[in-house]
Design a binder for this molecule. Structure first.
Ligand code: FES
Length: 57
């Protein structure tokens, strides 16, 4: 298990699935998975989410 968003406990596989379902921006991934909505304000996870979008879209 590889947690990308620690605040919300969102795993890498969950984010990749959302990207493959059409979430091609950080905002869309955030809406689809809740990643990036935690108390850190996405400062911990945003860069990793954006990298996953680049690699999987
Ligand atoms: S780690 Fe994702 S919002 Fe904090």
């Amino acid at each position: 298990m590889d947690l990308i968003c620690l605040c919300k406990g969102v795993e890498k596989d969950t984010i990749i699935n959302a990207i493959k379902d059409g979430a091609d921006t950080f905002e869309k991934v955030r809406e689809a998975t809740g990643a990036g909505t935690g108390f850190c304000g996405a400062s911990r996870c945003r860069a990793r989410i954006e990298a996953l979008i680049e690699d999987n879209k």
